[in-house]
Design a protein around this ligand. Structure first.
Ligand SMILES: [Zn+2]
Length: 329
């Protein structure tokens, strides 16, 4: 057996070593001879079976820190090592390398490339998503990070420098997403998600995640995908509006104004820290989906408010009057 990759091994005393820093699995291995403590500190990727007494191996095994020694070390692209190591430690199968390889075969579309959308796309590209489809034909404004003929073209230049291995495409024309459906779509909008886009994505069975930035907060979620067998139905965006309308009969009137095209100047961009936190959380949700895990916002929504930008998770149920509740994968 070997130690799982990515663990810190630290001396606590001449006869005691600590493996791991994260309180979810960190364990003290005590009662070692000085020589065995030294071997554990130097072990790295090498076998630990013959270096440690049985009680120490038991402590490591119970903490889930051992893995079978592979016949050959599995290689991962150097730029994706941080992803493979950290995700390998939290996955039940311990296989961060396979999760990262799966990302490289995936395609994610990001619609809406202001500050928050740019944070989503750059995080996904750096995290190893193979193909990014970018969609935003608005001209970059003074608050955008890059210049170019439009926001999608400007951001694609940034991504080619930040993540040269990612394929970046800027599809044009109507129906551009449905022609070659991605594995997930992130929509980023000010004030409220566009109901027509949400309906199209729902109808096409495309897993999608809305990000909304408002006056001084942002919403991430719900992650909309068909419920798996045995799961309760998951809410879609219309479900949330039906819940809101039940609590506030004027909500549909308000919502119609939020999604109507604005005259004059466009919607305000979020402040920088809010855009990065909302964009990072949205990217983490998409990566959880691509890695075969469960996004936390399936059936929930992060609420992130300025100035602390500390996310709060609020749960939402499917609404019985919304036809989407029949969607079961
Ligand atoms: Zn619904």
């Amino acid at each position: 057996m070997q130690l799982r990759q990515g663990l810190r091994v630290l001396r606590r005393a001449t006869d005691e070593v600590q493996v791991g820093l994260d309180p979810r699995w960190a364990v003290r291995v005590a009662g070692l001879s000085p020589e065995r403590a030294e071997r554990l500190l130097r072990t790295g990727d090498r076998r630990v079976d013959d270096a440690l007494p049985a009680p120490a191996l038991d402590a490591l095994r119970t903490a889930g820190l051992l893995r079978p020694g592979p016949a050959r070390a599995r290689r991962v692209r150097p730029d994706l090592r941080p992803e493979a190591l950290a995700h390998g430690l939290v996955r039940a199968d311990g296989d961060g390398v396979e999760a990262v390889r799966r990302r490289s075969r995936a395609t994610v579309a990001v619609l809406g490339l202001g500050r928050a959308g740019s944070a989503v796309a750059t995080t996904l590209a750096v995290a190893g998503v193979g193909t990014l489809l970018l969609d935003d034909e608005r001209a970059p404004g003074p608050e955008d990070v890059a210049a170019g003929p439009d926001r999608a073209a400007a951001l694609s230049g940034v991504l080619r420098r930040l993540a040269p291995r990612a394929r970046v495409r800027v599809p044009r024309g109507p129906g551009r997403l449905l022609a070659d459906p991605p594995d997930a779509v992130v929509t980023v909008a000010a004030d409220a998600p566009d109901p027509a886009t949400a309906l199209t994505l729902l109808g096409a069975d495309l897993p999608h995640l809305p990000v909304v930035t408002r006056e001084a907060d942002a919403l991430v979620g719900p992650f909309v995908r068909p419920a798996r067998a045995g799961e309760p139905p998951l809410p879609c965006l219309r479900c949330l509006d039906l819940h809101r309308a039940a609590a506030d009969p004027a909500w549909p009137v308000v919502l119609a104004q939020l999604v109507a095209p604005r005259a004059g100047a466009g919607a305000a961009e979020p402040p920088a820290a809010l855009a990065v936190v909302a964009g990072g959380l949205a990217a983490a949700e998409v990566l959880a989906h691509l890695d075969g895990g469960a996004p936390r916002t399936a059936g929930a929504q992060y609420e992130i408010a300025v100035p602390a930008v500390a996310p709060r998770l609020r749960r939402w149920a499917a609404h019985p009057d919304c036809g989407c509740a029949a969607l079961v994968g």
